[in-house]
Design a protein around this ligand. Structure first.
Ligand code: FAD
Ligand code: NAI
Length: 467
């Protein structure tokens, strides 16, 4: 077979690239080494983690808040196997949706490991041991990423686990140690904390979700401590030993002599992910990797081999599904002769804890270090009627605007439904709106979005109405 475009990897970067290319008239194929399409995101990432976050949040709300709402439940219990079964059902339905989209767009799907024979010929090694060869004018590497698991942590997939295994634990652990206070650690830690596990997090840096605005880190840390999280900031794990029924995690302060050992049922390693290029046969092409093992690309996401492009987690930038999707679309459109563009500053970041954290644009720390003159507008959730009605009063909206022009430079939200609300910030910034533009737009009452308007009022004129 011969194609206009072959995409290797069927995650959000790969399958979206394939669909867009097919829409633009290219004869397209996609290769996926696993039996199900959708990549990390649909199978062991975004979708299953959100399914468990939602289930555990329902349980937690029932346990902690229902009585105050006037709802009494006499025997509340966690049925973990059922929770996992529902999660698996959500994943299955979602990946079947991708099968449907491939058929609808007449994209040929190959299951097997794809590897380059040369820049225009790709071998597919199938699970039954057979091989198939296909030819293509162009191709996209969309092979994603894998968790970082240093040897000293003795990752055994049983007691020392990554997110992949954590999504399938079938009884609530008593105690879990999490290495890394990034997105995965805090999201999956929340799942188990809500279900009753004791969570201890060891983080190398001096704050949690370190890439986000520091006000968000503080707000989230306060909420997670209330949920029962214990944090060891400025500490690192030097080694993990696992036995049949538990783990011992050796922890040491970054500076000074403080050292101790934590015992737990599980140790979740969540210290980042690395690009995945093993077995791709890149040595048979001119594709170059950078010092972090990422496929090197130019602004058009083209590798050093002109007919091979790369998108998503396997290249530089945030490891996010929607970033990968934007890049998949961009490459397909470039191949069709269009001139698309991605503004990476406007890719939002979300942490699906409760309260959620969502952010777009520059943080206050970034504006300070770039010496950009800015104004800050903040509004707390507790001043919102909507938040009081639902008992979700933790959080705030923070808007950063240019001091002279009033242009919005960043929006940072901690609170209920922040993940959905950040879209207002993205759109406003896409249109280069001023804080006054948002402040003068009607926001329905009572909604959480009123906090965005009030924060904009604070940023533009220091005059919120409700505080
Ligand atoms: P992937 O989704 O990793 O897909 C790559 C695919 O390529 C895989 O299916 C792999 O099997 C296949 N492949 C690799 N090599 C070959 C080969 N040689 N031949 C054939 N196939 C191959 N991001 C968000 O934006 N929001 C979230 O809520 C979110 N939650 C997450 C939760 C968890 C627990 C994890 C682990 C990640 C989460 N992410 C989230 C990150 C998100 O999953 C990734 O950014 C996204 O999946 C990257 O997409 P991709 O297409 O680059 O790669
Ligand atoms: P991360 O990069 O978000 O966080 C890793 C944390 O571990 C950092 O705070 C880092 O300082 C710390 N760390 C690193 N080495 C350490 C050590 N030896 N000891 C102690 N702490 C250490 O990585 P994470 O959480 O593994 O997530 C991987 C990727 O998956 C992220 O880049 C994220 O973009 C993506 N993801 C996105 C989600 C979302 O969008 N909601 C959800 C889950 C994952």
């Amino acid at each position: 077979m011969s194609y206009d475009l072959v995409v290797i990897g069927s995650g959000p970067g790969g399958y979206v690239a394939a669909i867009r290319a097919a829409q633009l008239g290219m004869k397209t194929a996609i290769i996926e080494k696993y039996n199900s399409l959708g990549g990390t995101c649909l199978n062991v990432g975004c979708i299953p983690s959100k399914a468990l976050l939602d289930s555990s949040e329902h349980y937690h709300a029932a346990e902690k808040n229902f009585e105050e709402h006037g709802i009494k439940i006499s025997s509340l219990k966690v049925d973990m196997p059922q929770m996992i079964k529902r999660k698996d059902g959500v994943v299955e339905q979602t990946v079947q949706g991708i099968d449907y989209l491939m058929k609808k767009n007449k994209i040929d799907v190959y299951h097997g490991m794809g590897s380059y024979v040369d820049a225009h010929k790709i071998k597919i090694s199938k699970s039954d041991g057979s091989e198939e060869f296909i030819e293509t004018k162009k191709s996209i590497i969309a092979t994603g990423s894998k968790p970082v698991t240093p040897d000293a942590f003795n990752y055994d997939k049983k007691r020392v686990i990554t997110s992949t295994e954590a999504l399938n634990i079938t009884s609530v652990p008593k105690r879990m140690v999490i290495i890394g206070a990034g997105v995965i650690g805090l999201e999956l830690g929340s799942v188990f904390a809500r279900l009753g596990a004791e969570i201890e997090v060891v983080e190398y840096l001096d704050r949690i979700i370190a890439g986000m605005d520091s006000d968000c880190s503080k707000e989230l840390m306060r909420s997670l401590k209330k949920l029962g999280f214990k944090f060891h900031l400025n500490h690192m794990v030097t080694g993990v030993k696992s036995g049949k029924s538990g783990v011992k995690v050796d922890v040491k302060a970054r500076e000074g002599e403080n050292a101790f050992t934590l015992d737990a049922d599980y140790c979740l390693v969540a210290i980042g992910r690395r690009p995945y290029t093993e077995g791709l046969g890149l040595e048979n092409t001119k594709v170059v990797l950078d010092d972090k093992g990422r496929v090197e690309v130019n602004d058009h996401l083209q590798t050093a081999e002109p007919d091979i492009y790369a998108v998503g987690d396997v290249i530089r930038g945030a490891m996010l599904a929607h970033k990968a999707e934007e890049e998949g679309t961009l490459v397909a459109e470039i191949l069709a002769g269009q001139k698309p563009h991605i503004d990476y500053n406007l890719i939002p970041g979300v942490v699906y804890t409760w309260p959620e954290v969502a952010s777009v644009g520059k943080t206050e720390e970034e504006l300070k270090s770039a010496q950009v003159p800015y104004k800050v507008g903040k509004f707390p959730y507790k001043a919102l009627g909507r938040a009081r009605a639902s008992m979700d009063v933790a959080g705030m909206v923070k808007i950063l605007a240019h001091k002279d022009t009033d242009e919005i430079l960043g929006m940072h939200i901690v609170g209920a439904r922040a993940a959905d609300m950040i879209a207002e910030g993205v759109i406003a910034m896409e249109f280069r709106a001023s804080a006054e533009d948002i402040a003068r737009s009607s926001h329905a009452h009572p909604t959480y979005t009123e906090a965005v308007r009030e924060a904009a009022l604070m940023a533009t004129a220091d005059r919120a109405i409700h505080i």
